[in-house]
Every structure is written in structure tokens, then in C-alpha cells.
Design a binder for this molecule. Structure first.
Ligand code: GLN
Length: 279
């Protein structure tokens, strides 16, 4: 274990900070051995067989080339559940856990009909169905690759969700209605923000899921709000993850479509979520 950790540390020195190398080490070892982190900590004398060691070396090499660990291992964690992940879907973020938390808090014990727009890995609909089991959850995405992964994650986590292919920017209407909740974490990073982004994200994650044009950063929110009247019940609510730079703009957009809006800060104190209640 000690030697393996040292190998990883030397290879990733200067690429990842020390504490991240440590957690990467345990993620890799958990994946290779099937042991939990706890078991690994009690097993400091553990060694890998030659196949495992070869895989370890390949993983270290890919980490060294700044590939996200979740894509290398083909999985990641979100809200305590395991998700299959591949380059066709965004890696679930910590802030999105806060988004689902808002909804879970508002609807615990109830049976809301929920529509998630932009399934990606399926992390939002799967967690919502798991925590609001009496609810009915629908989720759509423009990407058939994403829908396949999302469906696999729904199966993996034993949830029943209705997935369908749909482009929210199209003129077509959604074949379902009377929702209590619409949730979306749409693309919201502007092109001009690209220069501040890490290559880890830029070179590996799907741009389709991340970027909006500089001259229309609210594109997806507007598209959703335009259709919301036909989709939501009166008193229903929309929950968005947003770009911290556009809180006020999203709030006014909500207001202009007849919603009462509120902004919520993420754990870092940045306005990251907006909730609108349809009057
Ligand atoms: N929060 C994500 C990031 O920092 C962006 C997610 C999104 O565009 N919806 O990359």
C-alpha cells in the first residue's frame, strides 16, 4: 500500500494537490480491490496481484494526463449513490447535490410528479425517485448517449423513471403535463468563462452539457419557462441550478413569466439555485 501510494504521489505531484492525491488513491484502490476505504485503512500490508498492478499503472498514467477519475473508473458517487459515468455525460457536481436537497426537503412525504430537463447521467431523477419514492419522475435529454447512461443508472439504483429524448430548444411540445415540479441543471457556463476553466473539465466533459453563447446565457431557462405554462400545475415549482453571475437575471426572468422567485446560495455562499413558484 505504501509503495503504491508513493508511486501515485510521485506521478501526480504538481498535477493534483496532496489531499486530492490521497483521496484519488483510495478511490483507485477501492475500485481495484472491491474493499471499502475503512477495510483498506486496516489492511496496510495489502498488495496487488500482477493484473491489478498493471491496471493500477494504466490508471496512474491516465490520471497523469489529467483525465477525470470518474471517467477512468467508469463510475462516481452522487448523494450517496453510485453512478455509471462516461465522457458523454457531465460528472455530477457537489452543488447539484444541494439542488436535489432543496427539492427533497420541500417534498418529503409527498408524491410529486417531477420533470427533470437534461438527464445527463441521471443523477437528479434517480436521487429524487429514491428519496421521494411515492413521486412520479420523468426525465429528458437531447443526447441518446446520455439517456442510455441515465437509464443504466436508474436500473443500477433500482428506480423507475420515464426517460424520453427531447430537445428543449425545439418547437415540439412535451408529451406529458400536470407536473408539480420541474428541475433542471442546464448548460450555463458562458463561452468567455472557458479561459478560466481547468483542462480536466474542458478537454474531457461534454461541451453540449456545459456551454451557452455569451450573448444569450439564459437560453435554456427561457426555453423551459416558455413551455412551463403547459407543463406545470398551478402552485407548481421550478428549481434551477444557475450560473452565480446571473442570479438577478434568472429571478427577473421568472417574474416575467408570472413566477414568484427566490435565490439560494450554495455551500460557498454563491447564488447557485433559483426556485420559482407558479402563481
Ligand atoms: N457547475 C458546472 C461546472 O462548474 C456547470 C454545470 C452546468 O453547466 N450546468 O462546470
Amino acid at each position: 500500500m505504501k509503495k503504491l501510494k508513493e508511486k501515485l504521489r510521485i506521478s501526480l505531484n504538481g498535477i493534483y494537490p496532496e489531499h486530492e492525491i490521497n483521496s484519488l488513491f483510495y478511490m483507485v484502490m477501492e475500485h481495484l480491490t472491491g474493499l471499502t476505504r475503512q477495510q483498506l485503512l486496516f489492511n496496510s500490508g495489502l498488495s496487488l496481484n500482477s493484473d491489478q498492478f498493471d491496471t493500477f499503472c494504466i490508471i496512474v498514467d491516465r490520471l497523469n494526463r489529467k483525465e477525470p477519475i470518474q471517467y477512468i473508473l467508469g463510475e462516481g458517487e452522487f448523494y450517496g449513490l453510485r453512478f455509471k459515468l462516461a465522457p458523454g455525460v457531465l460528472i455530477p457536481r457537489g452543488e447539484t447535490e444541494e439542488l436535489v436537497e432543496l427539492i427533497i426537503k420541500d417534498y418529503t412525504g409527498q408524491s410529486p410528479k417531477v420533470l427533470d430537463i437534461g438527464s445527463g447521467s441521471g443523477c437528479i431523477p434517480v436521487v429524487l425517485k429514491k428519496h421521494l419514492p411515492m413521486g412520479e419522475v420523468y426525465s429528458c435529454d437531447i443526447s441518446s448517449t446520455a439517456l442510455e447512461i441515465a437509464q443504466a443508472n436508474s436500473t443500477l439504483n433500482q428506480t423507475e423513471i420515464t426517460f424520453f429524448e427531447y430537445d428543449i430548444l425545439s418547437a415540439k411540445s412535451i408529451p406529458y403535463s400536470l407536473f408539480d415540479v420541474i428541475v433542471s441543471n442546464p448548460p450555463y457556463v458562458t463561452e468567455k468563462e472557458k479561459e478560466h476553466m481547468e483542462s480536466l473539465v474542458l478537454e474531457h466533459e461534454p461541451h453540449l452539457a456545459l456551454f451557452v453563447p455569451d450573448n444569450d446565457p439564459l437560453l435554456f431557462y427561457r426555453a423551459i419557462l416558455q413551455k412551463a405554462e403547459l407543463l406545470l400545475k398551478k402552485g407548481g415549482a421550478i428549481y434551477f441550478e444557475i450560473n452565480e453571475a446571473y442570479g438577478c437575471e434568472v429571478e427577473s426572468l421568472f417574474n416575467s413569466y408570472g413566477f414568484f422567485a427566490e435565490l439560494y446560495a450554495d455551500i460557498q455562499g454563491k447564488p447557485r439555485f433559483a426556485k420559482g413558484v407558479y402563481q
